[in-house]
Design a protein around this ligand. Sequence first.
Ligand SMILES: [Zn+2]
Ligand SMILES: [Zn+2]
Ligand SMILES: [Zn+2]
Length: 168
Amino acid sequence: MTEQAVRSNFMAILEDNGYRLTLPRREIIGVLEAKQEGFTAEEIVSELPGIGRATIYRTLKLLQEVGAICRLNMLNGAPRYSPSRVEHHHHTVCVRCGLVSEFRAATLERFLRALSGEIPGVIVGHRIDLYVTCPTCLQDEQSRPALHLHGHGHAHAHDDSLAELVGS
Ligand SMILES: [Zn+2]
Ligand SMILES: [Zn+2]
Ligand SMILES: [Zn+2]
């Protein structure tokens, strides 16, 4: 899907739900277009100094409520957001760089349907987020093994990159 399609989708979803496309909302959506791989609210705040933090958080919540973006809880640190491209999907999120990807798996859906007979109540929905080390970070890790083997201040390279991701 092209960025143009994602943008019109965001705007269309808001309008369909009766929300006006105010200037701040347009500006926020404009920035989100460039964030196809997952982002934190604070990233958007720092890229839009002219718009109040509260407005940005409210708009993200709104986009989440209308199903335009997904909110992912991280094992560590601030939640990440990701544009919702397909109707029902699951996520992988890289614990090192925060890259968010969507995936669908028919096997998983079948398994969950089968499971519904074995748990109390009726399943009305589910969400599955898998925490991964993405291929790029994995490659990065493999090409710099010295960082793990030797100390000299670089022993905690992983923790540092996680701290960058989490922010402060
Ligand atoms: Zn999603
Ligand atoms: Zn990664
Ligand atoms: Zn599913």
